[in-house]
Design a protein around this ligand. Structure first.
Ligand code: NAP
Length: 246
């Protein structure tokens, strides 16, 4: 059975990806931030995955910390046997216009959204190389493609992910490891629930389909990108935004 490791999978898009990959037949390793609340939510996601007939285990790790990622990847290998697919999904926002943004908020978002990708790739690529097989998906954002007022930290981290994705595609292509990114638009999750109605309405004006995306609509694209069928697509960024940028 193939194993998929999904970061930040206790809620939102990550939880939805875990459920979808379990439905696709993957055993799933569900990463959650090391807190009691996240552990409880991750365990509920794992239970839903097990009900689909696959193995599902939860792994606590703050993905912004290299030592946590190292311990987690080791534990996943020991418990689940291999890692065929990695979905780097964990992310945070700390939005403010440049004039008001504190340096700590810039650094925190870069650490969780960007450095975590380096940490997870550093630990997981050697495993995939030994297997001579790997599928990696990094969750970027339309903010990384086009920028967004109030998100200089978030946009920087999500743009960096695109460069990292293309670099890994080039470094590991000959090892039969493909690496792609998805760039979601406005998706209905706890991350966007906190936006004001006014901000949401303004954002929707630019969306051709005039509606939010659902986490399932991200998961279905990821489902292809981690499948065996995704054998000659690498270094690509798939925008999933209901037509934001045409
Ligand atoms: P979400 O509901 O807030 O989920 C993000 C998950 O990541 C949470 O479970 C969170 O745990 C976890 N996480 C945060 N920091 C972590 C850390 N250091 N280590 C491990 N886990 C950590 O957000 P979402 O909307 O599902 O977002 C998922 C991904 O999609 C993110 O990368 C986000 O940037 C991206 N994205 C979302 C949208 C959107 O419209 N929703 C659009 C474009 C891109 P806590 O709850 O404890 O923080």
């Amino acid at each position: 059975m193939s194993v998929a490791l999904i970061t930040g999978a206790s809620q939102g898009i990550g939880a939805c990806i875990a459920r979808r990959l379990a439905k696709d037949g993957f055993d799933v390793a569900i990463n959650h931030y090391p807190s009691e609340g996240d552990k409880e939510k991750a365990e509920a996601v794992a239970e839903e995955c097990r009900a689909l007939g696959v193995k599902a285990e939860i792994f606590a790790a703050d993905v912004s910390k290299m030592e946590d990622c190292e311990a987690m990847v080791k534990a996943v290998k020991e418990t689940m046997g291999s890692i065929e697919a990695l979905v780097n999904n964990a992310g945070i926002t700390k939005d403010k216009l440049l004039a008001r943004m504190a340096e700590e908020d810039y650094d925190a978002v870069i650490a969780v959204n960007q450095k975590s990708i380096f940490n997870m790739l550093k630990q997981t690529c050697p495993v995939m190389m030994k297997q001579k097989y790997g599928r990696i998906v990094n969750v970027s954002s339309v903010a990384g493609l086009y920028g967004n007022p109030g998100q200089i930290n978030y946009s920087a981290s999500k743009a960096a992910i695109i460069g990292m994705t293309k670099t890994i595609a080039k470094e590991y292509g000959k090892k039969n490891i493909v690496c792609n990114a998805v760039a979601p638009g406005l998706i209905r999750t706890p991350m966007t629930d906190v936006l004001s109605d006014e901000v949401k309405a303004k954002m929707l004006e630019a969306v051709a389909m005039k509606r939010y995306g659902e986490p399932e609509e991200i998961a279905s694209v990821v489902s292809f990108l981690v499948s065996e069928d995704c054998s000659y697509v690498t270094g690509q960024v798939i925008e999933i935004s209901g037509g934001l940028s045409m």
